[in-house]
Write a protein that binds this ligand. Structure first.
Ligand SMILES: Cc1cc2nc3c(=O)[nH]c(=O)nc-3n(C[C@H](O)[C@H](O)[C@H](O)COP(=O)(O)OP(=O)(O)OC[C@H]3O[C@@H](n4cnc5c(N)ncnc54)[C@H](O)[C@@H]3O)c2cc1C
Ligand code: FES
Ligand code: FES
Length: 1312
């Protein structure tokens, strides 16, 4: 029997007996076809990079159904007779790009591009849905939802949302953000590339329709029974088999995103449930609705919304549907079934939403098990039963329609992301029959809080039955609840989760206690939608150096959107290619006794374990080599820290190598060894510190003893702790090494530092550097993580390839990447500050401990970065003691704005503390302590620049006006006065940022047809380097003023970095590589212009570019020029400024209502690119300050090691109103055409969100103190940790806030 399906209209037929049924669609697409657009980023359904459109044809009704799925979880065999459309199937460079691709490009919505194909397909599917549904049009709301489950780490989502909204019928393009179709102020807009429904892409080819027939696959490992009877006999046959057949029932297979162990188990039989009509049916009965177990969650949602019974029941069904829309992302709900979800909850304690909400709705489950046969069970009983056996089948779920006179139904969930795509800390659903304010009876369900399964709160239900709801009754109910909703030991944030239950119960019943509905204060309806994202941008366009300064679209953006852009893992595997996966240490400071495989058998396909023993003679065991020293590649006898590379297992396929690495066992021994250093304090006690080069140690300012003596007040030895942040680039670390002739090697790698990879590989293999070639075309996001940390990946790959003399590729899986790569440096800060009664700070003394782990990497730059950013205020005098602590904890690496982001935060925390202790407004203290130019010069020395370059204080005032700051402060005050359950905060924060320029090479060559090829040292990471370089080339060659030079931009191609072609590439980082590369290219172009000028002059009149080049070729003019830009004669440091404001706080959940950024970009080289960098960096900073918990166990092993536990921002967590103004200060003649960097500094501005949250928390605490009858001022000083996650915020606002409110009310009532 064959498996027949289509991909982008192309027919595929596979012999079912030769297909491993555990193969995923993604594996097939990536490894066995030429399609590249489907990207692997998480492999667990949590990111959307692998999304494809799946289309099914129903021959009976002759209808094509299209929906998105995550190809990393969908099994290949599931797509029999289906058609798949990927992003390159929508359009491509050969047949023309799709309008979606063009809009992503025109809205500047693709940076590194790794997420863009998945985004494109998600949007396409949403457009298709709207197009097919005759009743509805594609609205802005739908547009925003279309990509709500897709992650992007670069853009900050705003341009993506705008690209999606540009298709909406209720949006005017002029109201959308900055784009290349409609220039602000222009009298008319260009026609947008249309989504043409008439010429719609055929998602289901005709030929496939004729091939659809029922499958008789009982004899294969993959079986698709067509009826329950057939399924039953299959199950019985499996059971009866005396050899013990392992089997798995499969619906959508999305469960393996969570239970990854199920992927590893190679079952004898996979039984597909999706072709059984009874399991796919949705049937309305007299008393309710019966849903087949294999019905997808998306279909359940649609069905529940369409049922017409009575308004009350419809409302309940609508609420169930709305809650289900928060389960995972659409591309999971489209394939994941209701039955699969309940089985996961029943069998493996999955923290399901479905189980909780259906429990409250009184659902019934029909199951078929042996020996019991058919059974009808209340969901509660089903959940309480012992776990289902593998051959037990859930047939259907019944949701009864309650016929109450007066029905209340509500569902709740608290999760890091309001719109879903995150498991709940706690979920709940309540159903009550009420008569006026009396509860006749109710069903109260809670789940996901660290319980075996969702539960009903019987005691509370019984207590409430027949009671009139009063504050007293509510208080007693809540007290009862406190003993029932108790998380199991080991659950994260137990007290927070517990505290949510009373809050939800209170929300549900509270309105019954009120005479009138509150006009504000409490929003009873938790499904109240978030406001949509809107934005404004003021972007100066400067044509002085045209096309430099023009907001041209990113080079290759459409190619990225269609998925044709080639990343390292897209390079086809060479013949005989092998695959490597790391074996990393799980024990710090231990002796490695042995490495072997579990059960001692060599896993399938495993060929070798490469370790330090395989470093060739003459080579060194070195994995990184920089100006600061080198570090080992493989651990030798001892491990130093967790996540350290011990070995590389090499196998014949990616799947085999991943399984082999999972089966690898490292035995450790710690006898007679020094215990590891697992804290910064321990490192200090044991004097385990790195020396800091004196020239990198920042300078103290003034005399702090004197400053302290002058102070009226002092805060002494206050402490701040800051944690880490993981890079979460969408493309994980990857390399491909290919041995070449004469002991040489070519390494393709995703790296910010190819030059250093080059020298490390040569040193490790013990070969001359001219035997190594490192090629990097583009990087799917770096953020610093692909500087140092990419080197060992490429080097290990090279060692394996060298040893086995075969190509070897490594594509590190997300979990390993999170454990091995590490992230930002955690630190502990102790400070003493002196200040006057007016809030003027006179002295600041700091002690800073930085956790650097055992190897130094580039950490030496952190101290000066911290102090550089912290000096944004005039501290009077500043002294510090900074220690780089050598610990045995998780590996660290410099991440975007390394040290700077912490420095700016430390400054704000100190300012806030000063304001609190003086009971003054924080904004006032900030303003008082802003620098004058004189104090700036004292603190920054030469970095201060000229007086007219100091724009910060004027920007401070400007943002005050443009954001209506004062007015909004009053509005916030009013809001806080009249709202009990919501508090708002507002804040404006300045930043300064020092950047350094580095030597950077470039080469410009003109080919015979007049096209131009440019090479630069910098790497395209998504930051728009190629685009700026193209513009600079266009500008600099355009100075020849030939006819046609205005079209030069189209003739320029920037090509991949090749370390043998372009030496001294240096590294890409620190925000200035684009500038440096542009400067290098400008030098090259100047040389070419010099060489070509005589020909232009000799032509005696206008000459076309192509003619000029032909003549130059004829006369053997050298048309290739290379140069190295060295920044020696320009200032190497300068400052950037910016300010951002406002946040809204709902108990525990923060919503950033509005952000206004004013950012000095100098004369921007490309304002569209810079705008993207500003927004993207800000949102990454928002992740650091508010969401991202990179937690380790005490020994340093990362616990939050997946998309399930590590939450980067999504569309629903970005500012609802996101305004950016780029200030064209343009007076920096010594810089590259007066530009300033934008890659890192705006990340610091996200501190404003944290500061505003603190303001809101302050208000909440003030109110709580009143309720508790505590003294005014007590507890007003507090620290809001970073990240300020929901549990953290709620804890500071009062875990017992509801109880305290009720106690306060009861006390007040008793006094009446
Ligand atoms: C990224 C992601 C986020 C998620 N977030 C949430 C969330 O926030 N809230 C939430 O509630 N859920 C969430 N889920 C879970 C999701 O709802 C389930 O994965 C999905 O419903 C499972 O359905 P499936 O058809 O894919 O099941 P499968 O993966 O096919 O099956 C799951 C298990 O159930 C068994 N099984 C399936 N159907 C039957 C049946 N009819 N009878 C007996 N056994 C059966 C299978 O053998 C397997 O063991 C999330 C999932 C993912 C991947
Ligand atoms: S790779 Fe499939 S969802 Fe992330
Ligand atoms: S552009 Fe979205 S992840 Fe890079």
């Amino acid at each position: 029997m064959s498996l027949v399906f289509a991909i982008n209209g192309q027919r595929f037929e596979l012999d079912l007996s030769s297909v491993d049924p555990s193969t995923t669609l993604l594996e097939f697409l990536r490894y066995q076809t030429s399609f590249k657009s489907v990207k692997l980023s998480c492999g667990e359904g949590g990111c959307g990079a692998c999304v494809v459109l799946l289309s099914k044809y129903d021959p009976v009704v002759q209808n094509v159904e299209d929906f998105t799925v995550s190809s990393c979880l969908t099994l290949l065999c599931s797509v029999n007779h289906c058609s798949i459309t990927t992003s390159e199937g929508l359009g491509n460079s050969r047949d023309g790009f799709h309008s979606i691709h063009n809009r992503f490009s025109g809205f500047h919505a693709s940076q590194c591009g790794f997420c863009t194909p998945g985004m494109s397909v998600s949007l396409f599917s949403a457009l298709l849905d709207a197009d097919k549904s005759k009743s509805s049009q594609f609205t802005a709301l739908e547009a925003e939802k279309a990509v709500s489950g897709n992650l992007c780490r670069c853009t900050g989502y705003r341009p993506i949302v705008d690209a999606c909204k540009s298709f909406a019928s209720d949006v005017d393009i002029e109201d959308l953000g900055f784009n290349s179709f409609c220039k602000k102020g222009a009298s008319s807009c260009m026609t947008l590339p249309r989504f043409d429904s008439e010429k719609r892409i055929c998602t289901f080819p005709e030929f496939l329709k004729d091939e659809i027939k029922s499958a008789d696959s009982g004899m294969y490992r993959w079986c698709s029974p067509a009826s329950v009877e057939e399924l039953q006999s299959l199950l019985e046959a499996c059971k009866a088999n005396t050899h013990g057949v392992s089997m798995k029932l499969v619906a959508g297979n999305t469960g393996t995103g969570y239970y990854k162990d199920e992927r590893e188990l190679n079952y004898d039989k996979y039984i597909d449930l999706t072709r059984i009509p009874e399991l796919q049916e949705i049937r309305e009965t007299q008393n309710g609705v019966e849903i087949g177990a294999a019905v997808t969650i998306s279909k359940v949602i649609t069905a529940l919304k369409e049922i017409r019974v009575s308004p009350k029941v419809e409302k309940m069904l609508e609420k169930l549907a709305t809650h289900m829309e928060k389960i995972a992302a659409r591309f999971i709900r489209n394939f994941g079934s209701i039955g699969g979800n309940l089985v996961m909850a029943q069998r493996r304690q999955f923290p399901s939403d479905m189980a909780t909400i259906l429990l409250a709705a009184g659902a019934i489950v029909n199951i078929m098990s042996s020996p019991r046969g058919l059974e009808k069970l209340a969901l509660e009983e089903f959940l309480q039963r012992s776990p289902l056996e593998a051959h037990d089948l859930v047939l259907s779920i019944e949701i009864p329609f309650p016929h109450y006179q007066s029905l209340l139904f509500e569902t709740f969930r608290a999760a890091p992301r309001p719109q879903g795509s995150a498991l709940a800390y706690l979920n709940a659903a309540f159903l009550a029959e009420v008569k006026e304010t009396m509860v006749i009876n109710c069903r109260l369900a809670f789940g996901a809080y660290g319980t075996k399964h969702a539960i009903m709160c019987k005691e509370v239900e019984e207590f409430l039955a027949g009671k009139v709801i009063t504050e007293n009754v509510l208080y007693e109910a809540i007290t009862l609840l406190g003993n029932i909703v108790v998380p199991q030991d080991g659950t994260s944030n137990p007290s927070y989760r517990k505290s949510l239950a009373p809050g939800f119960l209170f929300k549900f019943f509270h309105t019954l206690t009120l005479k009138e509905q509150p006009s504000n204060g409490y929003h009873l309806d938790p499904s109240k939608p978030l406001p949509m994202v809107s934005s404004s941008q003021h972007v100066p366009v400067n044509n002085e150096y045209y096309p430099v300064g023009d907001p041209v679209t990113k080079s290759g953006a459409s190619l990225q959107a269609s998925g044709e852009a080639v990343y390292v893992d897209d390079i086809p595997s060479p013949k005989n290619c092998l695959y490597g996966a790391f074996i990393y240490s799980t024990k710090p400071s231990a002796r490695i006794k042995s490495i072997h495989f579990k059960e001692s058998a060599v896993p399938d396909g495993a060929l070798a374990i490469i370790s330090c023993k395989d470093v060739p003679t003459g080579g060194q065991n070195v994995g990184t080599k920089t100006g600061f020293g080198s570090e080992p590649l493989f651990a030798e006898e001892f491990t130093v820290n967790v996540g350290e590379c011990i070995a590389l297992v090499v196998a014949d396929t990616q799947r085999h190598t991943d399984s082999a690495a999972n089966l690898a066992v490292v035995e450790y021994e710690t006898e007679d060894l020094e215990p590891p250093i697992l804290s910064m304090e321990d490192a200090v006690n044991k004097a385990s510190l790195f020396d800091i080069f004196p020239f990198l140690y920042p300078q103290q300012v003034g005399d702090t003893s004197k400053g302290m003596a002058e102070a009226d007040h002092r805060i002494l030895s206050s402490e701040i702790r800051l944690g880490s942040q993981y890079f979460f680039y969408m493309e994980t670390q990857t390399a491909l090494a290919v041995p070449d002739e004469d002991n040489s090697i070519v390494v393709y790698c995703s790296s910010q530092t190819p030059q250093y990879v080059h020298s490390t590989v040569a040193a490790c293999l013990g070969i001359p550097e001219n035997n190594v070639r490192v090629i990097t075309r583009r990087v799917g996001g770096g953020f610093g993580g692909k500087a140092i940390k990419a080197m060992p990946v490429a080097t290990a790959c090279a060692v394996a390839a060298n040893k086995l003399q075969r190509p070897v590729r490594i594509y590190v899986n997300r979990k390993t990447d999170m454990i091995m790569t590490g992230g930002r440096h955690p630190m502990k800060i102790t400070y003493s500050v002196g200040f006057t009664s007016t809030g003027k700070i006179t002295a600041l003394e700091l002690e800073i401990l930085i956790d650097v782990e055992a190897t130094l990497g580039l950490s030496m730059v952190i101290p000066s970065n911290i102090i550089g950013a912290l000096k944004k205020y005039n501290w009077g005098a500043l002294s510090f003691d900074i220690k780089l602590c050598k610990t045995n904890l998780l590996s660290r690496a410099i991440m975007r704005a390394p040290g700077d982001v912490q420095g700016t935060y430390i400054a704000e925390a100190i300012i806030e503390n000063v304001a609190s202790s003086l009971s003054l407004e924080v904004d006032t203290i900030r303003k008082i302590n802003l620098h004058t130019y004189e104090s700036l010069a004292l603190f920054y020395k030469d970095g201060a620049g000229e007086p007219h370059e100091y724009t910060l204080s004027s920007m401070w005032d400007k943002i005050g006006v443009s954001s209506n700051f004062e007015e909004r402060v009053s509005t916030v005050r009013e809001f806080n006065k009249s709202n009990i359950w919501k508090k708002r905060g507002i804040s404006r924060v300045p930043i300064t940022y020092q950047v350094s320029m580095f030597a950077t090479p470039g080469r410009v060559s003109v080919l015979g047809d007049g096209t131009i090829v440019v090479e630069v040292g910098g790497i395209e990471l998504g930051q728009g380097l190629w685009t700026k370089v193209k513009q600079m080339t266009g500008y600099a060659l355009g100075l020849l003023q030939c006819d046609g030079t205005e079209e030069l931009l189209d003739k320029i191609r920037v090509v991949q970095s090749d370390t043998l072609s372009m030496v001294q590439g240096n590294f890409t980082g620190g925000s200035t590589t684009s500038e440096g590369s542009c400067a290098a290219v400008r030098l090259c172009c100047e040389t070419l212009v010099e060489r070509l000028k005589p020909l232009v002059e000799r032509s005696g009149g206008p000459i076309s570019w192509n003619k000029l080049i032909s003549q130059a070729y004829a006369q053997s003019v050298n048309l290739s020029a290379s140069d190295l830009y060295t920044p020696a004669d320009t200032p190497t440091r300068y400052l950037n400024y910016g300010v951002a404001v406002e946040v809204d706080l709902v108990t525990g959940q923060t919503t950033v209502l509005q952000t206004d950024i004013l950012y000095d970009c100098g004369k921007s080289l490309n304002p569209a690119v810079d705008l993207g960098q500003i927004e993207g960096a800000f949102v990454q900073g928002l992740g650091f300050f508010m969401l991202e918990e990179y937690i380790t166990d005490p020994e340093g092993l990362v616990v939050t090691d997946s998309t399930w536990t590590y939450k980067i921002p999504t569309v629903d967590t970005i500012p609802r109103q996101f305004n950016v103004e780029i200030l064209n200060s343009g007076c920096h003649e010594k810089r590259v055409l007066s530009s300033k960097a934008s890659g890192e500094p705006p990340l610091l501005l996200a501190a404003s969100v944290h500061c505003a949250t603190r303001e809101a928390v302050k208000e909440a605490r003030k109110q709580l103190r009143t309720w508790k009858g505590e003294e005014e001022g007590s507890g007003s000083t507090f620290q809001l940790p970073v990240p300020a996650t929901m549990p953290v915020v709620k804890e500071l606002c009062g875990l017992d806030v509801v109880e305290s409110y009720l106690e306060w009310k009861l006390r007040a009532n008793s006094r009446l």
